[in-house]
Design a protein around this ligand. Sequence first.
Ligand SMILES: *[C@@H]1O[C@H](CO)[C@@H](O)[C@H](O)[C@H]1NC(C)=O
Ligand SMILES: *[C@@H]1O[C@H](CO)[C@@H](O)[C@H](O)[C@H]1NC(C)=O
Ligand SMILES: *[C@@H]1O[C@H](CO)[C@@H](O)[C@H](O)[C@H]1NC(C)=O
Ligand SMILES: *[C@@H]1O[C@H](CO)[C@@H](O)[C@H](O)[C@H]1NC(C)=O
Ligand SMILES: *[C@@H]1O[C@H](CO)[C@@H](O)[C@H](O)[C@H]1NC(C)=O
Length: 275
Amino acid sequence: MRCSRSPRIHSMAPTPELLLAVQLAALLLPFPRWASADPDDEACLSNLRRSLTDPSNSLRNWSRAAFAAPCDGFTSHLEGVTCNNGRVYKLTLAGLALGGAVSPFVSNCTNLQWLDLSSNQLGGGIPPEISALLNLAVLNLSVNRLTGPIPPELALCFYLNVVDLHSNQLSGDIPDGLGLLVRLSAFDVSYNHLEGPIPPSLANRTGTLPRFNASSFAGNKGLYGYPLPPAKGRGISVIAIVGIGLGSGLISLVLSFTIVCVWLRLRKQPSVDGE
Ligand SMILES: *[C@@H]1O[C@H](CO)[C@@H](O)[C@H](O)[C@H]1NC(C)=O
Ligand SMILES: *[C@@H]1O[C@H](CO)[C@@H](O)[C@H](O)[C@H]1NC(C)=O
Ligand SMILES: *[C@@H]1O[C@H](CO)[C@@H](O)[C@H](O)[C@H]1NC(C)=O
Ligand SMILES: *[C@@H]1O[C@H](CO)[C@@H](O)[C@H](O)[C@H]1NC(C)=O
Ligand SMILES: *[C@@H]1O[C@H](CO)[C@@H](O)[C@H](O)[C@H]1NC(C)=O
């Protein structure tokens, strides 16, 4: 907008009044003239701020005024915000004790390539709207309290390199489509409540090594299949249940037998004494 406007100003004969007006406007603007005022980034940041709680006041300069112009070209004054050419391209709010939820409006930061909200206390679900972030390369939501499914729509983020969702309370299956993300180089869903088979597209690759190691899937009681043991976990638990059943049956049998014996003896004792 600015680029198209300034040549027009120059093409006019600049009267002193006009120059004064321009200078005044520049002074009155809260941010330098090159600051971006992107309405999508503004919606993204203001809604994200609203959805978060910030008990340690880490986001103290996330003010409404700042949302209107979060970027000065390549720099930002907002904690955790990195800009590229006037647009928010990186959000890194890791380990700030943030609570609340991940706002679906984070999808309004349409140039976002890096979203790291790891090591906080975020609850709620992973908004499927994140899939609108077509440039997203890094998604790190690990070590939070996120619940619900891994949105299958994440498979639409073609440029995803890193998906780290470990140590949350996510449930359901691992969506098959994630295996189609050809750039994925780090994938970690360990220590959640996931279940079902590990998609072969995430587990296998040509050669002898798995595409992602067992450690990427560990700590999910219901997950099975290569590189984890093949549905063996279930067999063990069935055997365990049968074992516990048989064991407790045996114990109660022995107990009741003993009680009956003791009772019979006690009943017999007085009659012996009485004779
Ligand atoms: C906003 O906070 C960050 C981190 O606390 C700090 O680096 C930055 O200078 C602050 N910006 C302003 C304008 O206060
Ligand atoms: C911003 O995000 C919300 C929630 O995902 C969506 O409904 C809305 O259409 C988005 N706005 C723009 C301009 O993309
Ligand atoms: C994600 O964030 C966690 C915690 O901040 C960090 O330990 C981990 O290395 C990150 N994951 C990746 C793949 O960079
Ligand atoms: C994946 O690899 C494992 C171990 O090499 C193998 O047992 C399994 O059949 C393979 N699955 C597919 C779908 O290729
Ligand atoms: C899997 O583990 C092996 C051996 O520990 C390691 O060399 C390899 O880089 C790991 N692969 C991934 C994707 O983490």
